[in-house]
Design a protein around this ligand. Structure first.
Ligand code: HMG
Length: 385
């Protein structure tokens, strides 16, 4: 049975900052951010948006009245959850006006969460081929103002439909997962910002990638030259380049060049948005599909990484007609408004966060379909426009 990704959509906020502006404000050489980290712009989140509204916005781009009736399960992967008990999927399902006879779950394993959701969705569809599962990876990457991680912040959501006879990517059988209890990146319950051992985290990423790919080769006998592309989680574009270099070593033949060119296409949108945590690998997939020439039947390898830590290497086969099943991301990115560093800092410091009190946000500037209007009696208040 063919099971895989049938539709994909991406959504981010209406605002961004330029990394040259950020570098100047932090007294850093702009080339460190542009070349050393490999980021040009970063999504900025207004107080009226959160993981729920971003996730709902991505999903709304692919929902039709017919599809709404066909979805059997909503899996929302996030590490920017808005409640310790109630699933973000419950809010998202409500905002999307999905029917009540539906399963809703939130999944967490850092940036790996959306891949866990994808694998689970594949299992559900294998058991019940009539199921269509809505998988959402939605996050806000926050490290804090004037921290080393600041340049690797970002925000956004990817939504996908997993079904039989997928029109984008058929998921292949073998996959390799690898996990260890480590402290490379984490966020305690009392903190809005992530804590990170930055250089250690990049080394663990590279090691996990090598371990997963090596095991995959042993199990399948496949080699690098069997792949048209090998895409990875994208906390920032340079990280993916380092990861692929870890597999390629000094190799600079046609295979290495092809894989480097494919990876470059996958980095285009990350460079403009930043880290999406759970959605990053899948925004990379969209970016690859929209920024490189393709042929149906291509073999695409995907390495998912989530701190804490878990990696998984799996593959998919590109399906004909994939291009019509994804929103035009570059067009959406072109509509965004640039903010000054001061405006970004104000937004950053005015989030609902961990506050207990009632709050009513000024929503007049937010033209999004789904808005967080504030908090009342300890309950988040959402509005559909
Ligand atoms: P840093 O210490 O400020 O940067 O933080 P650096 O000093 O290591 O420099 C970065 C690069 O810029 C270096 O290149 C420099 O040489 C270069 P590299 O050696 O790495 O190739 N550089 C320059 N290049 C050109 N011109 C210049 C210049 N100056 C320096 N003038 C760090 C960097 C990534 C550690 C920091 O931003 C951070 O901690 N970020 C957050 C952690 C992170 O993203 N880790 C990625 C792996 S873990 C992961 O992916 C999981 C995650 O997504 C979370 C989850 O799973 O939920 C994070």
């Amino acid at each position: 049975m063919n099971i895989g990704i049938d539709q994909l959509a991406f959504s981010t906020t209406d605002y961004y900052i330029d990394m040259v502006d950020l570098a100047k404000a932090r007294n850093v050489d702009p080339n460190k951010y542009l070349i050393g980290i490999g980021q040009s712009k970063q999504a900025v989140v207004p107080p009226t948006q959160d993981a729920v509204t971003l996730g709902a916005s991505a999903a709304a781009k692919l929902l039709t009245p017919t599809l709404k009736k066909e979805i059997t399960t909503v899996l929302v992967a996030t590490e920017s959850g808005v409640d310790n008990s109630k699933a973000a999927a419950s809010y998202v399902k409500h905002l999307l006006d999905l029917p009540d006879f539906i399963r809703i779950v939130e999944i967490k394993q850092a940036c790996y969460g959306a891949t866990a959701a994808l694998i689970m969705a594949k299992g559900l569809v294998a058991l019940n081929p009539q199921e269509k599962v809505l998988v959402i990876g939605t996050d806000i990457a926050r490290y804090g103002i004037n921290t080393p991680g600041e340049v690797t912040q970002g925000a956004g959501a990817v939504a996908m439909i997993i079904s039989t006879n997928p029109r984008i990517l058929k998921l292949n059988q073998t996959s390799v997962s690898y996990s260890k209890d480590i402290m490379d990146f984490w966020r305690p319950l009392y903190s809005e910002n992530a804590m990170v051992d930055g250089h250690y985290s990049t080394q663990v990423f590279i090691d996990f990638f090598k371990n997963c790919f090596g095991r995959y080769q042993q199990q399948t006998g496949m080699q690098l030259n069997d792949f048209d592309a090998i895409l990875t989680h994208l906390p920032f574009t340079k990280m993916a380049t380092k990861g692929l270099n870890g597999l390629l070593g000094d190799r600079d033949d046609k295979v290495a060049q092809r894989l480097r060119t494919s990876l470059k296409a996958s980095q285009v949108y990350c460079r403009e948005v930043g880290n999406l945590y759970t959605g990053s690998l899948y925004l990379g997939l969209i970016s690859y599909l929209q920024n490189a020439p393709h042929h149906a039947g291509e073999l695409i390898g995907l390495f998912s990484y989530g701190s804490g830590a878990e990696g998984e290497f799996f593959t998919g086969t590109l399906q004909p007609g994939f291009a019509n099943q994804i929103n035009d991301v570059q067009n959406d990115l072109n509509q965004r408004q640039k903010l000054s560093i001061k405006q970004y800092e104000t937004m950053f410091n005015n989030q609902l966060g961990l506050q207990e009190k009632d709050i009513q946000f000024d929503t007049s500037h937010d033209k999004s379909h789904f808005i967080l209007t504030g908090q009342k009696n300890h309950q988040r208040q959402y509005q559909v426009n």
